[in-house]
Design a binder for this molecule. Structure first.
Ligand code: URA
Length: 376
């Protein structure tokens, strides 16, 4: 097989065969196809797209580049959530312990920042001592004993995505529906959860700026999940302004703890509960109300145990920002709009900064009523 034939076919708008796709994904993962050829193929996919058949084979090839985990030995239902990424999106932090507190195990293999969006692992690393790397045995033990793990994917989980994700980040090929869908779903299917809830972001701070594209991405991913036997639903939610009042690693951890303590911004609480209800329903526990576990402190107990199990000190002060800048309004008024993308992509923006390098988001939104999920 020749990589040049594969990328010419896609460049010219042709359909790749299953054999070509399996070969090119495998050969790239093994280092036989170099970055420059894969970059050209990714750009061709960016402009030409993929047919449903191509996408199904591409996603399966990414799963097959590693192992699909089997969590049946846990003896309890499992559910996970994935967000397509946004600004101030810290929902995984309160959500995983909340769902675990309701009796459903959450095996969350998370990622780093991509493009202008922050990564869950980068945020948690703001907690002194917390480690993202958890080996297989400790991972299963933590799922059994604590009920939730948020950690880095090992090298055996869709390794093709690890390489492709990094390459897309530097080749301007992130915002492509087939590439996003296959990236997310290969990892989530391989992770082995029974049920999956997708939070597909739309608006200026999302990869999918338009609601139509977000819906297409949502349907594409739900189709891939269902075809692989994972009960999958998607919510399309607003990302036209940052979620909550904090964007940045340590400040997002602090805001998540506020939510677990029964406070926090209304939009973060609302989305956390909505996603928790979907995860519980997917895992067959629609009878449980997650609001109770938030109110009575059980979710906070799981958070503390989850952080401690990975070496973190849930009571340690979070690092203070090295720089702060106070913006004073020139006149009294109401903040009605804070564009998510332009605030995250300012020079020195938080998504690429180290833990707690930057904190900028202080104004309280006039209302959180405009946020919400448009469709399922
Ligand atoms: N998250 C992922 O895991 N992959 C993408 O391509 C985009 C968001």
């Amino acid at each position: 097989m020749d990589a040049i034939d594969v990328l010419r076919t896609k460049r010219d708008g042709g359909e790749l065969t299953a054999e070509q796709i399996r070969w090119v994904v495998g050969a790239y993962t093994d280092g036989v196809v170099p970055d420059e050829q894969m970059s050209a193929l990714l750009m061709a996919v960016f402009f030409r797209g993929m047919t449903p058949d191509e996408l199904a084979v591409w996603t399966q090839a990414m799963i097959d580049s590693g192992e699909r985990k089997d969590l049946s030995s846990l003896g309890r239902p499992t559910a996970d959530k994935h967000s397509t990424g946004g600004v101030g999106d810290k929902i995984t932090l309160p959500l995983a312990p909340l769902v675990a507190a309701c009796g459903v195990a959450v095996p969350q293999l998370s990622g780093r920042g991509l493009g202008h969006t922050g990564g869950t692992l980068d945020k948690l690393e703001a907690i002194p001592g917390w480690r993202a790397d958890v080996h297989e045995e400790a991972y299963l033990r933590q799922l059994r004993e604590v009920g939730a793990v948020i950690c880095a994917a090992g090298n055996d989980l869709a390794p093709a995505d690890k390489k492709l994700y990094a390459l897309r980040d530097v080749t301007g090929t992130v915002e492509s529906i087939p590439l996003i869908a296959s990236s997310i779903m290969s990892k989530k299917i391989a992770e082995g959860a029974d049920a999956l809830v997708l939070d597909v972001k739309t608006g200026s701070g999302a990869f999918m700026k338009s609601a139509d594209d977000a819906r297409t991405l949502a349907r594409t991913m739900v189709g891939l999940g269902e075809a692989a036997g994972v009960r999958t639903v998607a919510l399309v939610t607003a990302m036209d302004r940052p979620l909550g009042r904090a964007a940045g690693n340590a400040v997002e951890v602090a805001e998540s703890v506020e939510v677990l303590a029964g406070g926090g911004p209304a939009d973060v609480v609302e989305l956390t509960l909505a996603l928790a209800r979907e995860m519980l329903a997917g895992a067959g526990r629609e009878d449980v109300d997650p609001a109770d576990a938030l109110a009575d402190g059980r979710a906070m107990d799981v958070w503390r145990a989850m952080i401690a199990a990975q070496g973190g000190d849930p009571d340690a002060p979070l690092p203070a920002p090295a720089e702060t800048h106070v913006m004073t309004a020139p006149a009294t008024g109401t903040l009605t709009r804070l564009d998510a993308f332009s605030s995250a992509s300012r020079p020195g923006g938080w998504a690429r900064a180290g833990p707690a390098r930057r904190t900028w988001c202080r104004p309280r939104p006039a209302s959180s009523g405009g946020r919400g999920w448009a469709s399922r």
